[in-house]
Design a protein around this ligand. Structure first.
Ligand code: AMP
Ligand code: ZN
Length: 508
């Protein structure tokens, strides 16, 4: 085996690519800003978690165990970046006529379902903001005791002049993002922000807690400082989020961390940000409404892993444009991969060595990816090892996944390597890509849209009938079946080199 490629990651804080050196090689500590659970996650949000999942898988594949924390924001995130305005959770609960707790439970469960469908691994720990209110109050008291906060009628505010280099992460302290924030009366400077929002007198929020600054609720930025430090320590390895967080949320987290520890340490050695998923109207966003969810793709007959593959086909630091054509192309690519795997598997049908390996893979599921990888790569011939080496080099170069993906096609077509060794190599790479290529097949990828006039089972049955008719040279009957299916929106693909027999016309 050749030496593994050193992992290079782009650090938003230094704006440079750096060789990753874990603080403790026995356990890399990773924190990802989680969803605000007042609505379904849109596809853009999910791009953020495909990215963190790929990062975590890469770390683990390259030999580091990872302690990964994702928070659930169920309080504090306002409808704008300003310090005034409605809490997103309060507003959603009011308009649905439900309690905030019901709203949070429903959308948290929906979010976790989406992750499962996308093969995104659950973090080591989910941590929910409202379970940490007392920790947040204690944290804010320390910030206040360190002289980095001041009180106004509306609550406790962070004094951004008290920390070195405020806004370094955004690259521009008085940038357009900060200038956009409305002034709150009495705030000393535009960049100062609420760490505790006192309820207006006479107003009772659904969610409020007593605090030294009156009844109220924590500011949104506080939760991530508190929970990341509580579970990962004052300085951990990597903090992730979407690129919108680079401008304000993460600058504010860093400021709080510095004020709390009384040091210049930012909290994480590396800050990483995924770029946006955009559609024709610009950045996809929950507050704009009318956004695309994973569920809406599935309802139209697109397998969720096609969306994962679409995300993987762009570098995480590039914008990715969402379009029906793009999703359809990713879906076709996934089908091609699944079919090529199925063809190789057919050659190994019933071979004892292969069956033993499948058992071993099954038994090692849940173990570290580096362990699973060792099983898969054991005894690979030189050409296959070379593919793995190039795959490693690609993902080690700041997660160049688009390039890594091309190696799947390369290994599948490498005739000099035996089918079993091709599949082993592919499966090892797939530990990072998470496409589940050894288990997806034609049947599992074929989903009929919810409004389709015919179910998958009925389609399969009609196809069976048609095969019988064709075998009996009853072409009239075969054509009738085809025409009936066509009328129901199902295209038959006779002679398709992929041997995909049918597809429902996508109407995205
Ligand atoms: P939220 O639920 O709004 O707190 O966002 C959850 C995650 O999704 C955060 O890391 C955001 O930065 C990220 N995010 C929001 N919109 C997009 C988008 N259009 N594309 C990619 N990531 C996004
Ligand atoms: Zn956060």
């Amino acid at each position: 085996m050749t030496d593994p490629a050193p992992l290079i990651l782009f650090n938003s804080l230094t704006r440079e690519s750096e060789v990753f050196k874990p603080i403790d090689p026995a356990m890399v500590r990773l924190y990802s800003c989680g969803p605000t659970v007042y609505n379904f996650a849109h596809l853009g949000n999910l791009r953020a978690y495909v990215f963190t999942d790929t990062l975590r898988r890469t770390l683990n594949w390259k030999g580091w165990p990872v302690n990964h924390v994702i928070n659930i924001t169920d309080v504090g995130h306002l409808t704008s970046d300003a310090d005034e305005g409605d809490d997103k959770m309060e507003a959603a609960a009011r308009s649905a006529n439900k309690t905030i707790w019901d709203i949070a439970a429903f959308y948290t469960a929906a979010f976790k379902d989406d992750l499962v469908r996308l093969n995104i691994r659950h973090p080591t720990l989910w941590s929910t903001a409202t379970d940490h209110i007392q920790d947040m109050i204690a944290f804010a008291r320390t910030i206040e005791a360190h002289g980095a906060a001041y009180e106004l009628d509306t609550g406790l505010y962070f004094d951004t002049s008290k920390v070195p280099d405020y806004g370094r992460l955004a690259g521009n302290r008085e940038g357009p993002e900060i200038a956009r924030i409305d002034a709150v009366e009495g705030k000393r400077r535009a960049s100062d922000f609420a760490i505790w929002r006192r309820s207006a007198s006479g107003e009772q929020r659904q969610m409020e807690w007593l605090s030294p600054w009156g009844p109220g609720a924590p500011g949104w930025h506080l939760e991530c400082s508190v929970m990341s430090m509580k579970y990962l320590g004052q300085q951990f390895d990597i903090h992730t989020g979407g690129i919108d967080h680079r401008e304000i949320h993460h600058c504010n987290e860093i400021a709080q961390n510095q004020a709390f520890t009384g040091s210049e340490r930012t909290g994480a050695n590396i800050w990483m940000h995924n770029n946006f998923l955009v559609d024709r109207g610009g950045k996809m966003s929950k507050s704009k409404g009318g956004f695309a969810t994973l569920r809406s793709l599935i309802d139209r007959g697109v397998h969720p892993l096609a969306y994962r593959l679409l995300c993987l086909s762009a570098h995480y630091r590039s914008e990715l444009e969402f379009s029906p054509e793009g999703v359809a192309a990713a879906f076709t690519r996934l089908k091609r991969l699944a079919m090529a795997v199925a063809q190789l598997r057919a050659k190994l049908d019933g071979e004892p060595g292969w069956l033993r390996l499948l058992d071993e893979i099954d038994a090692s599921r849940g173990a570290d990816l580096s362990y699973q990888r060792a099983i898969l790569e054991n005894g690979l011939p030189r050409q296959a090892q070379d593919i793995i080496r190039r795959f490693d080099a690609a993902i080690a170069a700041d997660l160049n996944v688009p390039q890594a993906l091309t190696l799947l096609d390369e290994i599948l077509g490498l005739k000099a390597v035996s089918p079993e060794d091709r599949l082993r190599t592919l499966a090892s790479m797939d530990l990072v890509l998470g496409l589940g290529l050894l288990s997806v097949d034609r049947r599992s990828l074929s989903i009929a849209p919810v409004d389709a006039a015919i179910s998958e089972t009925e389609i399969e049955a009609a196809l069976e009938e048609r095969t019988v008719a064709r075998a009996a040279k009853d072409y009239a009957a075969s054509d009738t079946i085809r025409d009936r299916l066509l009328g129901l929106g199902v295209d038959l693909m006779d002679g398709d080199p992929l041997r995909w027999e049918w597809k429902v016309r996508l109407d995205l």
